[in-house]
Design a protein around this ligand. Sequence first.
Ligand code: MN
Length: 161
Amino acid sequence: MKISIITVIAFSALFTISCKEQVLNRAAENEVQAIFPKGEVGPAENFTGKAWNYGLVSNDTTYQTLVGNVYFEPGARSNWHIHPAGQILIITDGVGYHQIKGQPRQTIKKGDVVKCPPNVEHWHGASPDTGLQQLYIIPNTEKGIVKWMQPVSDEEYSNAK
Ligand code: MN
């Protein structure tokens, strides 16, 4: 009897430790690695949740290109918007979504490269559980950079179609 109680305690302890490790491992998996400084939080009128922007290449008359890094915290996303000259996204860590209006939502992850064509309504952001680290490149800025539109509703965000 004594042994079986000790055995139960020992197994309980092992189970508790392994559960704790699983939780810690999951937290580590969901942690997004930053390459650049986090930067400034994007304005609430253009984003749901928090998205930090850090400019890397400022716009000038020689290059007419804007490059920066955005970190979307889990669940955060941009409003619907248009880039008059298009945009290229390079995902450097995490998991998120990109959706062009009228098309199925795409899952994007570390290593993916996404082209958002000029004047196409779209949004991008993080998945609910894991943040998204993305570089953006906006070429031909003389045509315009971004036109902000309405927020992405919870229904649109969670709709996989
Ligand atoms: Mn965009």
